[in-house]
Design a protein around this ligand. Structure first.
Ligand code: GSH
Length: 206
């Protein structure tokens, strides 16, 4: 049996989701940081540590390797308070996790990447940024309505739906360049997540 090992990108929301849950679960692991455009990332790709060529990748103690942040969150949260056993609650959690990957990530995370990674700046044309801004605002309006009516994304306690949705949403203003003041329910929800025990910020490195 080897240690639990996480290959993760320090600046990435998808990797952050996994680091955040591991912290909240109090799980010990070895962190292998692989930042974008660094030799560490190239090495991890070349030596087979990233079966799909992407981060995060969790190397389990039995040698299995799990990729895709949502699958990793689901695996780690199984049997914990972050993934209640009730089937309808689980379906709702999946609903938001798919929403995050299919609707949010390709707008919010892309705008943040174009805004903050210098190697992508040539793709950050005014037209593309404006298009992503409008698409993001429509998503935040939807999320604002949802969170205006409840405390957590699903049910009455924080779950991996909150962690998945928080991964990029929390830094939409600072990294994505979105004006977030019209969305107070989203801000309050972010504050509730930040107040949870063993919360860590994106830039906290294990
Ligand atoms: N849907 C995947 C996305 C994985 C992904 O695209 N990871 C990016 C960072 S957010 C990555 O590995 N980029 C490095 C590269 O493509 O070379 C997940 O949620 O894990």
């Amino acid at each position: 049996m080897s240690d639990l090992k996480l290959f993760s990108m320090p600046s990435s929301g998808n990797s952050y989701k996994v680091r955040l849950l591991l912290s909240m679960l109090g799980m010990a692991y070895t962190h292998i940081p692989c930042e974008v455009c660094t030799p560490a990332l190239e090495k991890a790709k070349e030596d087979g540590s990233l079966p799909h060529g992407k981060l995060p990748a969790l190397h389990l103690t039995d040698g299995a390797v799990l990729t895709e942040s949502s699958a990793i969150l689901w695996h780690l949260a199984t049997g914990t308070k972050f993934l209640p056993a009730d089937p309808m609650t689980q379906a709702r959690i999946l609903e938001w996790m798919f929403f995050e990957q299919n609707r949010m990530e390709n707008v919010i995370a892309i705008r943040a990447s174009l805004n903050s990674y210098s190697h992508l700046s040539n793709q950050a044309t005014p037209e593309r940024m404006a298009e992503l801004e409008q698409a993001g605002i429509a998503l935040f309006e939807l999320l604002e309505k949802h969170l205006g009516e409840r405390t957590w994304m699903v049910g009455s306690s924080p779950s991996i739906a909150d962690i998945a949705m928080f991964g990029y949403t929390h830094s939409s203003g600072t990294r994505g360049g979105y004006e977030m003041s019209p969305f107070p329910a989203i801000a309050s929800w972010c504050d509730r997540i930040k107040a949870l025990p063993d919360f860590i910020a994106l830039d906290h490195q294990p």
